[in-house]
Design a protein around this ligand. Structure first.
Ligand code: BDR
Ligand code: CA
Length: 306
């Protein structure tokens, strides 16, 4: 079994990532922790609570973390994810409460009591992870692995240089990449291979109510108005979960990644050196796209029938 903590900012693709983790019977979600990102912390946390009940992982604690970055102004991506964060999806209000612990405490406590056992997956800005490392640097040794969706080794999406999760808190990302662990950077270059094409949407439409209420609207809410060759939304965060459970679907290369925190034009850039003698990261570069969708849709389909 794969035990996971998922730190997230739901978010269209975060919701699809939570669905994959929940639907995969080999995954035990140990905790869902939230951070301000795509939308404000109150919204990402409400979405996590509502998704927990809608999907049915009601025994998993949900804990709220940082509302904004270590330094600088709060940024969001509401123009992509909608003002509430889940696009056009409106879920029933959650009845079950938030965990009393804050996200950072919960992450530290779970990793401390299960050293080497739990994969930490971060699919939002890295503020909670940086705060956890500041409070307890041994988090870096206790995590079985650390996988993020964030960054890129070519270009950004929020700015020409920076991907959103890194741009939203470059200082946190810099601390996280500098910590004493190996970061798996599932960046844009990889995740843009995982697009919801028309053919994938057709397969999602076969998921019945789960498809029509949740998976299809989350996967098709946004289209880039500036891209004349739009190939469908990319399910960025789903790729980070898939990396943990199915690394064989990815071709990866070690690299040195340093985060630009100062640049006038490049703040939040993940400067990636594939020729460094001191790699601190593993960077997936190629996805087995057919294998990925077969795996994801098989799990979604099982959840749809449950
Ligand atoms: C990342 O930013 C967010 O908008 C998505 O949820 C994903 O984590 C993609 O750049
Ligand atoms: Ca996200």
């Amino acid at each position: 079994l794969t035990r996971m903590i998922i730190d997230c900012d739901p978010g269209l693709d975060d919701a699809l990532a939570l669905l994959l983790a929940h639907a995969d019977p080999s995954v035990v979600i140990e905790a869902v922790t939230t951070v301000g990102g795509n939308v404000a912390l109150a919204d990402t946390t409400r979405n996590a609570l509502e998704l927990r009940e809608y999907l049915g992982f009601t025994d998993v604690p949900v804990a709220a973390g940082a509302a904004g970055p270590l330094e600088g102004e709060v940024r969001n991506a509401a123009e992509v994810h909608g003002s509430g964060g889940l696009g056009s999806v409106v879920l029933p209000a959650a009845a079950l409460p938030l965990d009393e612990r804050d996200a950072v405490t919960l992450i530290i406590d779970l990793l401390r009591s299960n050293p080497g056992e739990i994969d930490l997956v971060a699919i939002g800005p890295l503020t909670n992870i940086a705060l956890a490392l500041r409070a307890e640097p041994r988090v870096a040794q206790w995590a079985k692995s650390f996988v993020i969706m964030g960054g890129s080794y070519t270009r950004g999406n929020t700015t020409p240089a920076a991907e959103f999760n890194i741009y939203a808190d470059p200082a946190a990302a810099a601390e996280v990449f500098a910590a004493d662990w190996q970061v798996v950077m599932v960046g844009l270059d990889l995740t843009l291979q995982a697009r919801v094409t028309g053919a994938i949407k057709d397969r999602m439409l076969e998921l019945g109510t789960l498809g029509s209420e949740l998976v299809v609207p989350l996967s098709t809410f946004w289209a880039d108005p500036l891209d004349p060759d739009w190939g469908g939304q990319a399910v960025h965060d789903v790729c980070a979960i898939a990396y943990v459970t199915h690394p064989e679907l990815f071709r990866s290369t070690p690299a040195r990644v340093d985060v630009e925190t100062q640049g006038v034009f490049t703040a939040g850039m993940t400067v990636t050196n594939f020729r460094s003698p001191n790699p601190n990261a593993i960077v997936p570069t190629e996805l087995d796209v057919d294998g990925f969708w077969d795996m994801v849709l098989a799990h979604y389909s099982a959840a749809a029938q449950a």
